[in-house]
Design a protein around this ligand. Structure first.
Ligand SMILES: Nc1ncnc2c1ncn2[C@@H]1O[C@H](COP(=O)(O)OP(=O)(O)O)[C@@H](O)[C@H]1O
Ligand SMILES: [Mg+2]
Length: 198
């Protein structure tokens, strides 16, 4: 039986260590909390994620597919991008990340011009480095990227060590609030679930 096109969210950035796997896992946890059937596709295969690629049987019922990707834009990844309905680009607010992020956004804009683009500024919020990064964020927002912000928090690695969402681990934290908002908006946008809150 053909399932047609499952709404697909790809989490992408050429840069490693920006939070791709963290956010892909949190998208899956959001679906678990909100009763949305999902398929998880790990194109990275480093095994650092809390979710692995779903069985094929699971795909049939999936209302959304979540794709975690490696820190390199391969041909396989370009194909995955053309099939995506939303692309989340996590970025660390550091001037070192501007170049790789600019290239990543350019590739997404080229191969998937109609995609819902989300820029997840992931990390520190109070430091000089962050303020120097702000003009780039504004430039990307003006190009149509929807900007969300996640705080740097020790709760993230602590939750991950326990194999949990930061929302389950520390429900009242700022990190949990930001994760819930980002994931709800992105899954809601592609599936219609939780659109009230999004
Ligand atoms: N907002 C955050 N606060 C604290 N640690 C974070 C945050 N986001 C990611 N991390 C940590 O940063 C590291 C890299 O994240 P990861 O998701 O593996 O990046 P990527 O998949 O882009 O290489 C992990 O140890 C993760 O737990
Ligand atoms: Mg990763």
């Amino acid at each position: 039986m053909s399932r047609g096109h499952t709404p697909t969210i790809a989490v992408v950035n050429q840069k490693g260590g920006v939070g791709k796997t963290f956010i892909a896992d949190e998208l899956a946890f959001w679906c678990e909390r909100h009763g949305v059937a999902y398929a998880f596709i790990d194109l990275d295969g480093q095994g650092s994620g809390l979710h692995g690629t779903s069985d094929e049987g699971g795909d049939d019922a999936a209302e959304v597919a979540i794709v975690d990707t490696p820190g390199a834009i391969t041909d396989q990844l370009r194909v995955a991008l053309t099939e995506a309905d939303a692309v989340v680009v996590p970025v660390r607010p550091s001037v070192d990340d501007v170049g790789p992020t600019e290239r990543t956004l350019g590739i997404v804009e080229e191969v998937a011009p109609d995609v819902v683009g989300v820029l997840a500024v992931n990390g520190r919020t109070r430091f000089l480095e962050t303020r120097e990064f702000e003009p780039d964020v504004e430039r990307w927002a003006a190009r149509g990227w929807n900007v969300f912000r996640l705080p740097q928090s020790v709760l993230v690695p602590r939750a991950r060590r326990r194999g949990e969402s930061v929302v389950a681990f520390a429900p009242r934290s700022k990190a949990a609030e930001a994760v819930e908002e980002l994931c709800g908006a992105v899954v809601g946008e592609v599936t219609g679930h939780g659109a009230d809150e999004a």
